[in-house]
Design a protein around this ligand. Structure first.
Ligand code: SF4
Length: 368
């Protein structure tokens, strides 16, 4: 099935899910309510990775609605994205990086998404005039790189992706361009069979600006022959691939799974880059967030099984004040460090807080 058919035949309604799983009338009502709030989309390919005999299947958990999404504790903008928005679809939080929200659509809608507020929904947060965003970047010579994000940029028509890359290539002070995408693992056929896209990736992969792909594999079962081949296509075009996983309750919150994920990523040429603490997003926090203290323990145990390359990911929290690395716990204290900071004065600063076994976010860790 080609990529457009994969999208057309995606599962988007509770009725389409019913042949795959038994649900009670109560559950059905809840799921309809939840999907009405935040749309569902699962490609046939990604659906085929689910083990329907296992109600706790990690792949299923990432994409199927659940009653826990009724819990509205948390916020829809945990990283202060609105505050960093300079024009529709363009965020500028850290001096060197501009972030462009290119679309509100993805091949698969992950239930834990931190941009749940806009994914698959009407929004004014995505870029409307790319030329205006490009002009902003041109004026800000401190910007060395652009991250194309969304939604998933690789869901866009090839001519649109090419137009973005072409325009950004003209900006002299840009050193490289990053594309954040889950398409290699949710819709790999696009990178395997869409000749136009493959030739655009080849054309713009290395010159005039180096392209980087930032993937998001969260579980070793997402690494299949198809997704590995999709990654190989990108690597062959001269585009390095790194991975930003998210620590998710019931998906990868055990040391063995996390270790296997990172070893296998390295084995297919993907560099482990970040492991994100799940943000306290409304309708996400309760279902997916692992407390920081438990997260540290899991990461430490996973690292014991890993070699230098596979353990080089940083365990971080994308807080509104910056990207805070969670370094570890010792003597009842959590040690953190600003890896990136909204206020440059905080860059590299250490933060020490008391351990709270339930705290899932920086603001919840008691001060000393
Ligand atoms: S692919 Fe990315 S942007 Fe889209 S729903 Fe998943 S996590 Fe969110």
């Amino acid at each position: 099935m080609d990529w457009q058919n994969q999208l057309r035949k995606s599962i988007c309604t509770v009725d389409q899910l019913k042949p795959y799983t038994d649900i009670s009338p109560r559950q059905e009502r809840q799921w309809r309510h939840i999907v009405g709030k935040h749309p569902m989309r699962i490609t046939p390919y990604y659906l085929s990775l689910i083990d329907w005999d296992d109600p706790e299947d990690p792949i299923r958990r990432m994409v199927l609605p659940d009653a826990e999404e009724m819990d509205i504790s948390g916020s829809y903008d945990t990283s202060g994205e609105l505050r960093n928005t300079r024009m529709p679809g363009l965020q500028h939080k850290y001096a060197q990086t501009a972030l462009i929200l290119t679309t509100n659509r993805c091949a698969v809608y992950c239930r834990y998404c931190f941009r749940k507020r806009l994914i698959g929904l009407p929004t004014e947060e995505i870029v409307t005039r790319f030329s205006d965003a490009a002009r902003y970047i041109e004026r800000h010579t401190e910007i060395t790189n652009v991250l194309l994000s969304g939604g998933d940029p690789l869901i866009l028509p090839t001519r649109v992706i090419e137009r973005f890359l072409e325009r950004l290539s003209l900006i002299k002070h840009l050193r490289y361009i990053r594309i954040g995408s889950r398409v290699p693992l949710t819709l790999p056929v696009r990178l395997l069979e869409d000749r136009d896209l493959i030739s655009v990736v080849r054309k713009y992969g290395r010159k005039p600006k180096q392209l980087h792909l930032v993937a998001q594999f969260n579980h070793p079962r997402e690494i299949t022959r198809r997704s590995s081949d999709a990654i190989a296509t990108i690597l062959t075009a001269g585009v390095p691939v790194s991975n930003q996983a998210i620590l998710l309750k019931g998906v990868n919150d055990d040391p063995d799974t996390l270790a296997e994920l990172h070893v296998r990523l390295v084995s297919i040429g993907v560099h482990p880059y970040y492991l994100f603490q799940c943000r306290p997003v409304r309708r996400v926090k309760r279902r997916y967030q692992v407390p920081i203290a438990k997260g540290v323990e899991i990461v430490e145990q996973a690292r014991r099984q890993l070699d230098g390359i596979s353990k080089r990911f940083r365990y971080v929290m994308s807080h509104k004040s910056g990207k805070v690395e969670i370094l570890g716990i010792d003597g009842g204290k959590v040690y953190l460090k600003y890896h990136q900071a909204r206020d440059p004065a905080n860059l590299g600063k250490f933060v020490v807080r008391k351990v709270d076994p339930d705290a899932g976010w920086l603001d919840e860790l008691p001060r000393l």
